[in-house]
Design a protein around this ligand. Sequence first.
Ligand code: CA
Length: 462
Amino acid sequence: MRIAFASLAFALTATAAVAQTCGNTSDGFGPFIQEMKREAAAAGVSKRSIAVLDTVSYDNAIIKRDRGQSIFSDSFLTFQKKMISAGRLNRAKSQIEKHQAVFDKVQKQYGVPPAVIAAFWALETDFGAVTGDFPTIQSIATLAWDCRRPEKFRPQLLAALQLLDKGDLTLAEFKGAWAGEIGQTQFMAYDYNESAVDYDGDGKRDLRNSVPDVLASTANLLRKHGWQPNQPWLQEVKVPVELPWKEADIAIKHSRSQWAKWGVTAVSGNPIKADTMEASLLLPMGRNGPAFLAYHNFTTSYLKWNESLVYSLTAAYLATRIAGAPPVSPGRGTVNHPSYEQIVELQTKLQGLGYDVGKLDGKIGKGTRMAVKDQQLKLKLPPDSYPSVEVIAAILKSKVHGHLPPEATESDAGVEQITDEATGEPLPDLPAEGPIPKKQKKKAVILPESADQGDNEGNSLY
Ligand SMILES: [Ca+2]
């Protein structure tokens, strides 16, 4: 499912005026719809499209799905196994053959290889076989009212009405996945509006039925997300037993020559190209599990498509498989991946230690990984950011409170913010001498608020 919302940053500013009310039941949904109608009118949406809002109702089934336990709690090895079968891999190859001329034209124009597009097409809808039958506007309206992440769905509601105005789809065709995604590669309304392409020249951008439109639109969106032609996206590698593990972080990049110096090799054991090209070392299951170099095209385009690292890694890995890479190596040893309940227990503990891990959602998101890395550093464990069952056991016993995220400690080393306990406001510099006034007290600086935000289906990064 296409459930990334990263591209909404611009749309959000347009709807800043929306009141921040929301509800966890249908109470208040009616007035909310009236408010959305006023907003749509102010944005220039036609009366005909606005009238569609009168036909939608609060949909409990959508909320129930949204609250459901996600497969994004799975480990990468489990998730990719569920998503990538031999049959699917073969279908991807035969779809590329079948539509070779379009794929070639798209690659020439947008620089995105067929394997990359085919992998998304496979994972999102099995090449158009399962695009979903949920009424899109009702789904989006329900999630826009729900308190879980209204800021992400409200702009989508307006975008959906604007899309309806454009006439690419009729109202009857406004159907898709439960969280509002439409078409064979599951575009949200905002991306459909902004990035869909009419590639077969029939005058309509038809992401439900036209394969040329689907392939070109997918490439166009990836290009807008920063895709660079003729560049790799992901490469499986082998890591040595010892490595400065804190460098293995999706937020940290080094040249391939640096990774080679640290003993990273191709999965075959042969040397990797030791040049200046930058990559992050991605260890989705920690230092004993599978290992990848993730290049610019991964850290930009893929993660903007879907912020869930386990999803994006699977899509990128599937693309390498379609392009001819061998099956992933499980790594050096058995990795004990935590259960959903264990991850929630970890997140609860981390929150108690003062970290912002976002929602206690049982998914190892960005905030959870950053907090785990900080705890690993403090507990003198290899800081690979991955909460194996053993690491969780150690953190559950930890009494060391949260501090600056690892990235920030380098530049702000030694600087502790002194704040007024009552207001949380920074206090002026202390006098050089003399006792610290009782009112002033050092406070732990917790991880940034945004750490685990930005998820959409609740599939936070990783
Ligand atoms: Ca078309």
